[in-house]
Design a binder for this molecule. Structure first.
Ligand SMILES: [Zn+2]
Length: 358
């Protein structure tokens, strides 16, 4: 019996030497040491061993079992180590290879232009005032002194939306940023009144009002149904047209260079009186005439004027005490001039080939 045990140990150790992986090792273990394995079946013959030899056989069997288990554990560790080494080698990263650059986002050209505009006016003390996109007809037209039958109020030209009260033609997507003028003035006046200030003690207003505007127009290279507008408003005592001209000269020269010249042409807007359109000398030909300026030497860039007394009164400011100026511009137009962009439709079509150029 002891001889058989020694033989079993010899064979088992030899077989263990041939085991080449963790799966084969598991199989070796159940064949050798398992409940139905070779050692167990040999020990089932213990009954036939004479009683006086049994302690010696039992001890020998325990020693064989301990030896095989120790050999198994050693083998298992070395196989596991080899497997791990192999896995590390397989998944190794070559740190000397060049990396893939992360895609960097960028600001929309309009955002860049808006920030330049804000910065220029911030240096003159103007704050940004944001107004709502959806407006009442009252704010979009009536309070801004639009006559009842003004062509801009034509239902065909504006995007009207259903109002909660169900009244038709009352609520619309703003067609310009000017309704924000009345909102802003009324807010300042309401706060001043709450603070107990009198009609001739109202604080001044100096704001720029940016935002998207909407008009039901034919979409072409020069006009879109949605476009940005930036409006400016200054209200206070003794504000004159000279202040307006100085402000716009500073602004245009800040964006387009210190040598720019401006030309003011009389014009008409319902909410300003007098009104003017502002041209700057052509940035491409410096005024000698080219395709960009249609050979006039001038580029139209702004509309402006002195705030109409009716609008001042609607905002809560007495036009006998206060005056103000307002101006409006299209950031798309400014961006197009700055970068020589030919088609306004690029701005909101989200074509990366366009956007990635800025
Ligand atoms: Zn030109």
């Amino acid at each position: 019996m002891i001889e058989k045990l020694n033989l079993l140990q010899q064979h088992a150790l030899a077989a263990l030497g041939d085991v080449d992986g963790l799966a084969a090792l598991d199989e070796w273990r159940s064949q050798t040491l398992g409940r139905k394995g070779e050692l167990s079946s040999l020990m089932r013959g213990m009954g036939k061993v004479p009683a006086e030899e049994r302690p010696a056989v039992g001890q020998a069997a325990n020693e064989v079992k301990a030896t095989l288990e120790a050999a198994y554990e050693t083998r298992r560790l070395s196989l596991a180590e080899a497997a791990q080494r192999e896995a590390l080698q397989r998944d190794a990263v070559d740190v000397t290879l060049p990396g893939r650059a992360a895609e960097v986002g960028r600001l929309h050209p309009e955002t860049q232009t808006l920030r330049e505009i804000y910065a220029a006016f911030a240096d003159l003390g103007f704050q940004v005032y944001r107004s709502r996109d959806v407006e009442l007809d009252e704010y979009n037209f009536q309070l801004l002194n639009f006559p009842l039958h003004h062509p801009a109020r034509d239902m065909q030209d504006s995007f009207y939306v259903a109002s909660p009260e169900g009244t038709e033609g009352d609520v619309l997507l703003r067609t310009h940023t000017s309704p924000g003028q009345v909102h802003a003035m009324r807010e300042v006046v309401a706060q001043a009144k709450a603070d107990g200030l009198g009609d001739n003690e109202l604080p001044p207003v100096r704001i720029v009002l940016p935002g998207m505007c909407y008009r039901n127009e034919q979409i072409t290279a020069r006009s879109e149904i949605q476009f940005l507008q930036v409006e400016g408003l200054a209200v206070g005592k003794k504000i004159t047209m000279a202040d307006l001209k100085g402000t716009l000269h500073y602004f245009v020269r800040r964006l387009f260079g210190p040598q720019r010249k401006l030309r003011f042409r009389t014009s008409y807007f319902p909410f300003t009186e007098p009104s003017a359109e502002v041209d700057m000398d052509c940035i491409l030909c410096e005024g000698s005439g080219c395709r960009l300026c249609k050979y006039t030497g001038w580029l139209e860039i702004l509309g402006c004027g002195m705030v109409h007394p009716t609008v001042l009164r609607n905002g809560g400011y007495d036009p006998d005490i206060y005056s103000g100026f307002a101006f409006g511009m299209g950031p798309e137009r400014i961006t197009m001039l700055k970068y020589g962009i030919q088609d306004i439709r690029y701005f909101w079509s989200n074509d990366l080939r366009f956007l990635e150029q800025f």
